[in-house]
Design a protein around this ligand. Sequence first.
Ligand SMILES: Nc1nc2c(ncn2[C@@H]2O[C@H](COP(=O)(O)OP(=O)(O)OP(=O)(O)O)[C@@H](O)[C@H]2O)c(=O)[nH]1
Ligand SMILES: [Mg+2]
Length: 201
Amino acid sequence: MANKNRQEFNEQDFEKAYDQETSRINAQLDEEILFAMIGDVNTGKSSTINKLIGDEVAMVGAKPGETTGIDRYIYRDKIIFADTPGLDDINNRNSQETMKFYKNADVILFFLNAAGTVFSEGEKKSFEIISKENKNILFVLNKIDAADDIQSLVNYVKQNTENKYNVIPISSRTGENIDKLRNEILDILKKRIRKSNLPGS
Ligand SMILES: Nc1nc2c(ncn2[C@@H]2O[C@H](COP(=O)(O)OP(=O)(O)OP(=O)(O)O)[C@@H](O)[C@H]2O)c(=O)[nH]1
Ligand SMILES: [Mg+2]
């Protein structure tokens, strides 16, 4: 019990530090940065938005195809998370909307379900198309609470993408590694600030 309390305390502390850091970064950003949650249905895109924002803003459902349109969530006025319909939504029109939308994203969080077929043939095809247009991709391997041997799943994704992209294993259910995902997002944002401060930019 004492341990649990301590962990909760640390999480709250971390949350506060993260809030302050993102506010500071937000003030230094010249333009809006859009993070798009992209991936097959049911991979936990909406659940992860809720964890990142710290509130139940996005609808989550066990039934695939819960998110039916592009939903923008403003985390800070220049830091935006966009939720999207799954790439393999049986309602093809919803998936098509995502395949149009990802081009507007500055950063793509490409979601995979650790408890399903990780980086399936369908996902590989979507990834090929998307990565041709936009290489700012971060893989999010969600549902690690419901899977075994996470490291080999991470390795599998890396091997199939020439080791070019980071893969963050998380659970948006238990909150495991959400801090890692947040840190990765902070790093991406900090690089943006540095870029815009370069002479001539
Ligand atoms: N075990 C487990 N279940 C999860 C996790 N994240 C989400 N889920 C469950 O997976 C289901 C789908 O979650 P959503 O967040 O709605 O997934 P989505 O990718 O937004 O799905 P669509 O909107 O249908 O494309 C829900 O039943 C969630 O409770 C996780 O980390 N672990
Ligand atoms: Mg959704």
